[in-house]
Design a binder for this molecule. Structure first.
Ligand SMILES: Cc1cc2nc3c(=O)[nH]c(=O)nc-3n(C[C@H](O)[C@H](O)[C@H](O)COP(=O)(O)OP(=O)(O)OC[C@H]3O[C@@H](n4cnc5c(N)ncnc54)[C@H](O)[C@@H]3O)c2cc1C
Length: 201
């Protein structure tokens, strides 16, 4: 198995370790000093590539969901598409979704991805309450919103350790349909004018 990223470049010969349990991972990290976590390989460049890869996608269980708070606890290999498939029919949506839903929760946190509503909701880390991280020395640590290691890991591109599982806050929705308003403009000037206050519609 040789994993590549979305752009299929560069191609690096790699040894793939499938993440299945915390104890297995601890053992892998004891033996391999040079590695990088890998989610679903939807990053464009070489950020998830190394000669040793911790393939997190198989670590994909849902752990808990609190219907009062909307907080979902799941393992880092769960894909956003899987969350949407289960929770949209129940009236819940992700606060932040990038241009592809085929990414893992771990990859979304590590790249701190953004959606088209970035100016309103911010990046993915805004909906992350906490996560469990395995440090390179094999120690497991819970990082809560606001902690230094939390901030360093959100957008840290897998360099602080392996995200094991995370608690993320989902958003309540009333319908699976999008409310849309179409504004017709007559030229560039009126198009730019129409942007002002458009968020309030
Ligand atoms: C068609 C398309 C559209 C996209 N649109 C957007 C967009 O609108 N907005 C946006 O922000 N991005 C966008 N992206 C980029 C994509 O969302 C990110 O690159 C995302 O991180 C990919 O997630 P992944 O699970 O595939 O992770 P990978 O690509 O496998 O890895 C990405 C990074 O996360 C790290 N990582 C993965 N899993 C873990 C883990 N468990 N623990 C620690 N680190 C980990 C890796 O080491 C690597 O640095 C798009 C990509 C594609 C292909």
């Amino acid at each position: 198995m040789n994993l590549t990223s979305w752009g299929m470049y560069p191609s690096i010969k790699n040894k793939v370790y499938k993440l299945k349990s915390v104890s297995d991972l601890k053992q892998i990290l004891e033996n391999e000093k040079k590695y990088i976590p890998f989610g679903n390989g939807r990053s464009y460049g070489d950020s998830a590539l190394n000669e040793n890869i911790i393939f997190c996608r198989p670590y994909d269980c849902f752990i808990d969901f609190d219907e009062n708070s909307g907080i979902l606890h799941c393992q880092s290999g769960v894909m956003l598409s899987e969350i949407l498939e289960i929770f949209v029919p129940k009236g819940w949506f992700l606060k932040i979704t990038p241009g592809t839903k085929f990414i893992t929760v771990g990859g979304a946190i590590a790249s701190d991805v953004h959606g088209k509503n970035h100016h309103i909701e911010g990046c993915f880390s805004e909906c992350v309450e906490e996560f469990r991280l395995m440090l390179p020395n094999g120690k497991t640590i819970i990082c809560k919103k606001g902690d230094e290691l939390f901030k360093a890991t959100c957008g840290g591109m897998g360099l602080t350790g392996v995200i094991l599982d995370a608690k993320i806050r989902l958003k309540k929705i009333n319908s699976i349909y999008i409310n849309q308003t179409t504004i017709k403009t007559t030229g560039r000037a009126s198009t730019f004018e129409s942007f002002v206050g458009v968020e309030k519609i």
